[in-house]
Design a protein around this ligand. Structure first.
Ligand code: ZN
Length: 146
């Protein structure tokens, strides 16, 4: 068994914390967009609501059920994109996909992803990448309308 580095442990703690205490879970009373996404491989479900005004993501609700990776990735996504413009969220979405394909990101891209980059460790487990991208795919569906 390989020993965990401090770096791995820090990331794992962050992922577990977001799984146990998901952020932005409350449903919105007012929203412009809503999408439900499902990952049949794992049984994961994600429900994403956004309230977008003047191209800015003003509020977000993300909830669901399933494995720790899918749910924590969703919670992290919410914190990453809230308050950003549609364009910025699109760029984060592309960065997230690049990260999981093991492509190098520049510092600006990593800064913008903030804690969402903690999900990077999943790239070593290809079957879990669908779990990690479930919420980001839901986001793609919504942003494609803008
Ligand atoms: Zn999963």
């Amino acid at each position: 068994m390989r020993e965990l580095t401090d770096f791995d442990e820090m990331y794992q703690e962050l992922i577990i914390d977001h799984y146990k205490n998901p952020r932005n879970k409350s449903k919105l009373s007012k929203f412009t967009d809503e999408v439900k996404s499902h990952n049949p491989f794992c049984g994961d479900e994600i429900e994403l609501q956004l309230n977008i005004k003047n191209e800015v993501i003003e509020s977000i609700s993300i909830s669901g059920r399933g494995c720790a990776i899918s749910q924590s990735s969703g919670s992290l996504l919410g914190e990453t994109i809230i308050g950003k413009t549609v364009d910025e969220a699109r760029k984060d979405n592309e960065s997230m996909r690049s990260l999981l394909k093991d492509e190098n990101l520049n510092n600006e891209q990593l800064d913008s992803l903030s804690d969402s980059s903690a999900i990077e460790g999943v790239k070593k487990f290809p079957v879990r990448i669908k779990c990690a991208l479930l919420s980001w795919s839901a986001l793609t569906d919504i942003l494609s309308k803008y």
